[in-house]
Design a protein around this ligand. Structure first.
Ligand SMILES: NC(=O)C1=CN([C@@H]2O[C@H](COP(=O)(O)OP(=O)(O)OC[C@H]3O[C@@H](n4cnc5c(N)ncnc54)[C@H](O)[C@@H]3O)[C@@H](O)[C@H]2O)C=CC1
Ligand SMILES: O=C(O)C(=O)CO
Length: 322
């Protein structure tokens, strides 16, 4: 059985696949155009996919030989799951192993924005240390403030846990269902979407993205948020309207923003949001630790190996396929 991997992943995953007797195909030039990527996919049985290549109607029509897809990500918003299931194609993902790393980045962004760290670092790099100024670009402390989580699943829970431990923050959340563990362990309170945006001092997005939720965080939401609030998005850029976010930040409707994901992604070089002192933007590095990436490689390989043995994928985005 052939496994096409579009970009090199940590060696652990590749070794597991090879030891299982699978033929691994990794192109030398791993910066493939869409057409080149499709060409590889057409000629393979299973795909281990790194990145946001779209598994849409075009893909499924042009690549009828593909029998299984193992994503090198927990998010699967780039896959038409209904179509994959209809065609009996299991889609694997990589939950849990990256929750700590990704929530670390949400926490880091929150702190970076609250203390204007990236702005000050840029000043130092520009040779502009500045004099001690009692009123210049002051940060705000997070102790006892309210953290609002939109989408309290695996990553949202870890973010809430860190904020509770580090700053004694009160946790409120809005989710598809109640998270009993968070309510018990963190005293997290379930609130309506409107209450979430009105009451949060830090609003952190951790839900799985669906196209119908595009621009959910837009001007009408930012208007209702507190003036001292910080908006954090490490989930998917599609959740926020970036122009509206810029306006909310410039007009002082909200206090700051930390983004690991942008809309569009990658961010445009001339996006004015990059010029703001109350913003920190990272290039989608939530899972970019050695530990998380090794874990992702292991889970993706486990998925392909299970499939090759006629077994169920152990980490599956469309369990309904079985
Ligand atoms: N920045 C990065 O590098 C990374 C980003 N992510 C993103 O984080 C997302 C979350 O990952 P996990 O915590 O593992 O997923 P999860 O499935 O454990 O948690 C997501 C939670 O969001 C809730 N949810 C989904 N849609 C909702 C809606 N419309 N309203 C209210 N709640 C909603 C779900 O009920 C679930 O509890 C991924 O789907 C991915 O997009 C994940 C890993 C790395
Ligand atoms: O896993 C994901 O969903 C990511 O965004 C990158 O790790």
């Amino acid at each position: 059985m052939k496994v096409f991997i579009n970009k090199r992943i940590p060696e652990t995953g590749i070794t597991m696949l090879e030891e299982a007797g699978l033929e691994v195909i990794i192109p030398e030039n791993d910066d493939l155009s869409h057409e080149e990527w499709l060409e590889y996919c057409k000629n393979t049985d299973t795909i281990l996919n790194v990145g946001a290549n779209k598994f849409d109607q075009e893909f499924f029509e042009k690549c009828p030989n593909v029998k299984a897809i193992a994503l090198f990500s927990v998010g699967f918003d780039h896959v038409d799951i209904k179509e994959a299931t209809k065609r009996n194609i299991p889609v694997g993902n990589t939950p849990d192993v990256l929750s700590r790393a990704t929530s670390d980045v949400a926490f880091l962004l929150m702190q970076s924005v609250s203390r204007r760290a990236s702005f000050y670092f840029q000043k130092v790099k520009d040779g502009n240390w500045g004099n001690f100024d009692p009123l210049y670009e002051l940060g705000q402390e997070l102790y006892g403030k309210t953290l609002g989580i939109f989408g309290l699943g695996r990553i949202g829970f870890e973010m809430a846990q860190k904020c509770k431990k580090a700053f004694g923050m009160n946790i409120i959340y809005h989710n598809r269902n109640h998270n009993e563990e968070a309510e018990k362990e963190l005293n997290a309170k379930y609130v309506s979407f409107d209450k979430l945006i009105e009451q949060s001092d830090v609003l952190s997005i951790h839900a799985n993205f669906k196209p119908e939720k595009s621009d959910l965080f837009n001007a009408s939401v930012f208007e209702k948020m507190k003036k001292n609030s910080i908006f954090i998005n490490t989930a998917r850029g599609g959740f926020h309207n970036q122009k509206d976010l810029y306006q909310a930040l410039v007009s002082g409707q909200i206090w700051g923003a930390g983004l690991d994901v942008t809309n569009p992604e990658p961010i445009e070089d001339n996006d004015p949001i990059l010029q703001l002192s109350n913003v920190c933007v990272l290039p989608h590095i939530g899972s970019a630790t050695i530990e998380a990436r090794n874990g992702m490689a292991r889970l993706a390989a486990e998925n392909i190996i299970a499939f090759s043995k006629g077994q169920k994928m152990p980490h599956i985005a469309n369990p309904e396929v079985y």
